[in-house]
Design a protein around this ligand. Sequence first.
Ligand code: GLC
Length: 660
Amino acid sequence: MGMARCTRGSIRSTVYCRMLVGLLVCEMSWFLLDHVVAAGDGGVVYMDSSQLIEDRVTDLLSRMTVQEKIGQMTQIERAVADPSVISEYFIGSVVSGGGSAPAPRASPSVWADMIDKLQHAATSTRLGIPIIYGIDAVHGNNNVYGATIFPHNIGLGATRDPLLARRIGAATALEARGTGIPYVFAPCIAVCRDPRWGRCYESYSEDTQLVRSMTEIITGLQGQAPTTNTPFVESGSRVAACAKHFVGDGGTVNGVDESNTVINYKKLVEIHMVPYVDAIAKGVSTVMISYSSWNGHKMHNNHYLITQILKSRLGFKGFTISDWEGIDRVTCPWHRNYTYSVLSSVNAGIDMVMVPFQYASFINTLTSLVTDGSISMERVDDAVRRILRVKFTLGLFEQPFSNRSLTSSVGQSDHRELAREAVRKSLVLLKNGQTGNAELLPLSKNVPRILVAGSHANDIGNQCGGWTISWQGAAGNTTPGTTILQAISNTVATTTQVDFQEAPDANYAKGKNFSYAIVVVGETPYTEYEGDSTTLTIPSEGIQTIQNVCSSVQCLVILISGRPVIIEPYLPVMDALVAAWLPGTEGQGIADVIFGDQDFVGKLPRTWMRTVAQLPLNVGDPAYDPLFPYGFGLSMNISTTALKNYVVKKQVVVFFESSA
Ligand code: GLC
């Protein structure tokens, strides 16, 4: 392949020219390029931060070789991102996939060291174009041990608090920058229309308007854009965001991940596309393309929706990025025809390709397609222009390396307090007391003995869910935080005995005079297609624990799940029920509410179905007969708390007085 030889030659000559810089004339093309328009002060326009971004982009683009341009379109995984690869292939971006860290429990400094090492290689190339490092910071900087883990998006949807989302965005940005990362693949603005989808917890709601309102998180991540529809990132502690996955990812048939969204164009726009208008208006820097198909046409090579609609009609000026091996999956089976994958996806309008491992194959294939004219230089230039625009907007040319003063922001206390507030506001009270009986919540803090039970009561990993430390997430003590059991113990009186039993049998609670029990059960962590479900049941151990405990003690059930699950058969035995979604590391927020220090404000962001047979079932549907409707959520009579706790205290005081 002529170009390959040229590419290799170019790379060798680049090193040759750099080694003897100023003494030898490089190949004519570079010689001319290096003497294109210089800035007023005799500097180089693209390196002059006082110049307009568009002028810097144009200047730099004019200096780039085809190989340097193709390198910018290439995103590779951290695991293969050796500095020599960055240099040799002019790589434009590096990604940490879910769980991909420089070392287990790596500190923020170790993260920053790793990224700076790669960045040094990039900025040492002929034109010194910095890489942009991206990561899935989807509920905090969740790959990073010790980071604050916020409630997943479904819980934030329950808060209906866009300004809270903005604050969480700002905190997430700071904790990403604290590890040297300037780019996050968030927010997911999917409108999940069927909870059987394994990614439904990444969606704020089934309701488009609620999802639209929560795009406010982009302003937190990137900063307040001064003008609409223009990629914008405030310098310093903000990051480039990524609205994903364009478009219709949450509308697939039966919620099957990465499959087919069968819907007419009008409904596709009204339900799934409108949030992108808000994201673009807020200056979102990048848009990730969905694995899914629209009426059988893969999104990754859908020229009409990516180029004609997203870029032209909606005016998106940032860069589009493929999903992980997303271009490989346009064929069935995947990887069947890589040349077609590259050709059809890049020509459809994908600007950066998350390869992520076979970068030589991608670069060689793209080079060949550009050489033979199958992919025009105009298309390549459009892609690179968009990528450079975001890099200049991010300030990467001025500050390519980590700001070490921010490493202490990772997991900082005010972020954990913010996450605790988000947990409080995300909780939805679905049942409080048996019909005709007194409400169970708020629970009294001052009782002799309580039982806490369940697989999710003392497990940070379970309460965080997927996309936490590892791609799929995992049960166990995976990262620092406050479990729900710890939160309960922190809150009740020192005289209250707290019994914890993960899986009590049917007799355990009998005869022990527990004032009440708190049962915390739910779904175990999952991510993407691993979470697709056809039954929506929680593990049988959880059901068994509910039945074993609630049949003999007044019980509050706290459900940890990424979506509504089948609970109607077990509702009668529960005295109270709270949907806590996937709250993250700050379990104290749950105790704040169930003991009455704060009231419930959360409302269902999704319809809670009775049976799977009803699905899909969304607000506004005809024949709408859910267990709990969209927007449902009880509150407590907060004065009851004060009264209950006061009376109990009073009794204790009276008792001592009388015995004196
Ligand atoms: C995944 C997801 C996407 C994520 C990307 C990088 O497969 O679909 O949301 O940003 O790969 O981890």
